[in-house]
Design a protein around this ligand. Structure first.
Ligand code: SF4
Length: 385
């Protein structure tokens, strides 16, 4: 446990007791009033607080910033205005629209969830937490967001933003990497809810807004906070120590090598990755564990051109992706000659469903689900045209 994060027993409440002080009981009231006056009211999914757009935005927001999600949300709502439209779409199209949002299992679950809601609930999201958490890709916090915002149910959301606000507000100093402590905080969150169910949509939006715009990780704007007068961390100068998380994920670093082969028609070789591992089922380029292995997969006398390395962060992994451009009979000119014979290199790469490579035009690449680093390299390829 980091020394800097240990709170003294005199200053921090030892164990989260499942009760609130009289002052803390005013939390919901102050938050609701603040949300009405100062909260966010112009997010695209707030125009229509129906379960479909709320669910769509919540799934997109699970690991992604609001600023990024806005454009994706609009794109999905334009293409799939009703849940039935999403359910009937081809998975390839859904994943193509999802490309760039990352955490691609969310995109696949989104599609599967739409199909389940249409098949099992006639296209209407269920209102109970119990039914919601059984749907693909809907965890307890997303279920609570839908249940509280759309059905005024007294369900407490608990994502990273909310955990930060509540640990600070309550002086909750237990280690949130342990599930027993997560449950303890959840119990307290449930106690903080407003007494009237009709206030739940505003309350849930308020706590999300507070975490996103006031009680932020590093920029903490206590002077604008509606619950400052009863906030434990503010009173005891413990803001930077909370929330306490002793087990920080250490990302491993890895280099991978992608072959970006181009033929005379300016098509790029690619295929679907295997179902398992990172970017499962997405379209990408042949991948190798070393530059030597990549070169060995090509005809003996050949040149490859190193492209700009793409850095990509995953939850547990920090990737350096080295892209090597290969054009048959490369002469150093960036544009392949139109007279060249179309040749498909016999590559055996890791992480793919062999022999699943095909030449794909740039328009075709734009229509398939692909990880962001693939799009980054395709941009570099486009610049050669
Ligand atoms: S007073 Fe400061 S630390 Fe406490 S909840 Fe408000 S913004 Fe967060």
């Amino acid at each position: 446990m980091s020394k800097a994060l240990v709170l003294s027993k005199e200053t921090a409440p030892a164990v989260p007791s499942p009760s609130l002080t009289e002052a803390q009981k005013g939390f919901a009231r102050h938050l609701i009033k603040w949300q009405r006056l100062h909260g966010r009211h112009d997010l695209p999914w707030q125009k229509n607080l129906q379960p479909y757009p709320v669910w769509l935005s919540e799934v997109m927001l699970q690991q992604t910033q609001v600023s990024t999600v806005k454009a994706y949300f609009e794109k999905f709502m334009t293409r799939f205005p009703r849940i039935e439209d999403l359910a009937q779409a081809q998975e390839e199209e859904v994943m193509s629209l999802w490309s760039g949002l990352g955490y691609y299992s969310r995109g696949r679950n989104l599609h599967a969830c739409a199909q389940r809601v249409v098949a099992d609930f006639k296209g209407e999201f269920p209102s109970s937490m119990e039914d919601l958490v059984k749907l693909p890709g809907i965890g307890p916090s997303t279920a609570a967001a839908i249940a509280s915002i759309c059905f005024s149910q007294k369900a407490a959301i608990m994502d990273g933003n909310v955990a930060r606000v509540l640990t600070r507000y309550l002086g909750f100093s237990e280690d949130l990497s342990q599930s027993a402590n997560q449950r303890g905080l959840k119990q307290l969150a449930q106690l903080l809810l407003p007494s009237k169910a009709k206030d739940m949509p505003t309350y849930t939006q308020g706590i999300m807004d507070l975490g996103a715009t006031v009680c932020m990780p590093k920029r903490v704007l206590c002077e604008r906070c509606p619950v400052q007068s009863t906030c434990y961390a503010h009173a005891h100068d413990l803001i930077s120590a909370l929330p306490l998380k002793s087990k920080k994920i250490k990302r491993k670093h890895k280099s991978i090598y992608w072959l970006i082969a181009i033929n005379d028609r300016f098509e790029v070789l690619g295929g679907k990755r295997a179902l398992g591992g990172i970017w499962a089922g997405m379209h990408a380029f042949p991948e190798f564990e070393s530059e030597a292995a990549l070169r060995a997969s090509l005809p003996a006398v050949t040149e490859v051109q190193a492209l700009t390395v793409v850095q990509h962060e995953l939850t547990h992994l920090s990737l350096s992706i080295h892209g090597f451009l290969w054009q048959e009979h490369s002469t150093g000119s960036s544009r392949p000659s139109s007279k060249r014979r179309i040749h498909k290199p016999h590559v055996t790469a890791v992480g793919f469903n062999p022999p699943g490579y095909a030449w794909m035009g740039l328009e075709e690449w734009a229509q398939v689900g692909r990880p962001k680093p693939v799009s980054d390299f395709l941009e570099q390829v486009k610049a050669l045209e």
